[in-house]
Design a protein around this ligand. Sequence first.
Ligand code: PLP
Length: 476
Amino acid sequence: MASPANAFKSLPSVDKLLHSEPLHQLVGRVGHVAVKIAAREQLEKVRNAMADGNGETLSWVKSASFLKDICSAIVIVVEAEFSSSLIPVFNLTGTVVHTNLGRARLPVEAITAMQVAASESTNLEYDLESGSRGDRDTHIEANLCRITGAEAATVVNNNAAAVLLVLNTLATDREVLISRGELVEIGGTFRIPDIMKSANCTLIEIGTTNRTHLRDYEAAITAKTALIMKVHTSNYEIRGFVNSVAESELSVLAKANKIPFISDLGSGTLIDLTKFDLPHEATVQETLRAGANIVTFSGDKLLGGPQAGIIVGDAELVRKIKRNPLKRALRIDKITLAALTEVISLYKDPHRLNSRLPLLADLTRAVAEIEELAKQLLPIMQASVKEWAEVLIKPCHSQIGSGSLPLDLLPSIAFELIPIAKKGQTDELLNNLARGFRRLPKPVIGRIHDGRLILDLRCLRDTETFQRQLANLRLS
Ligand SMILES: *Cc1c(COP(=O)(O)O)cnc(C)c1O
């Protein structure tokens, strides 16, 4: 029987561990600091267990495999520490533009441009002609104006920032008129009344939740009114006894009262989606033509680009917006700008857009193609879950997501996994199954509906990885 005192002495030193074969390689990869800390911690644990008189630990320390075992433990700790927690996943939720899963995937042109902007010095804010300081908006403004028909444009970190910046520039300490039906909350943290407060504006609610008339706006205009604002109700729709005022009417009213009319489109697209057999979504061009003086929209929703907020509209107003000191705090970074510039460029050739923009390719993917994919994957899917679930190929509906077109659904095809469980244990098995898919090396994210796990195949592209890892599916 090994005595603790002897066993303490027989423990290897940190140095010995670091120079041992299994850790030597790890040190080469991540440097000695992290490995040393982990080795010290593991030895400390062993020492504490020994001091507590843990018999198992004592015999483990004396065993032939101890050095190998403790090195393995150290490798696991260090590798976990160095592995990124931000990893790719399969979005089989059926929501194409999924905010929690990173919204739009970018086209290769954008990715290449990001790589260049990241690895090289660029003329980001440098005028090559004059050799003096330039403006980062110049790289994108002309194209945004050409495509949208706006006089001027600027870009910031995201659309929430765009709305904040516009309000803070044009309506600080003054009043902004918005219909009660448009006081939206998007994803919990973006709420129009809160943004108004942050921007130092006073929100004046117009009309009622379901009905707002032009005369309601007229009656609310005073000397303190700075703006009339329309907010696209991206993530819900009010139906039934409803009335809202058209943008064209609001812009006439605003003009007559010499105040700007601004529209937060949220999703905003630069093409008529009906051309691709998708539901109609208000375009930036239509909104400008209806008389909006400023339009704000996201770069990573229906536009299919990187996270960004785009502001287009009247030159005079955009000039003021650019001069706001907040602009500096909200500015777009060079890598995003490089990506966004490429994505905007793709819109100059709208006919090929659905083959070049991953978002549009996913949204317009033919049901027949998705069904073909489902048939091809069915046997391997059935084999990998056969102990726990039955698998069916079922028609389903994908949604565009991110607040775009909430009620319009796209026909798609899904695997429906029906748990094989005794009565009363179905939910637990279902949750276990969903967790099992989330624990795969490239996690598969589906959705649970009506006692089934639904995996919508519309956005499944990397089928090879998908199939290969299914053999690793384990339930806890
Ligand atoms: C999504 C959305 C926003 C916020 O845009 P982000 O790009 O997420 O910052 C603002 N307004 C509306 C109407 C939206 O739909």
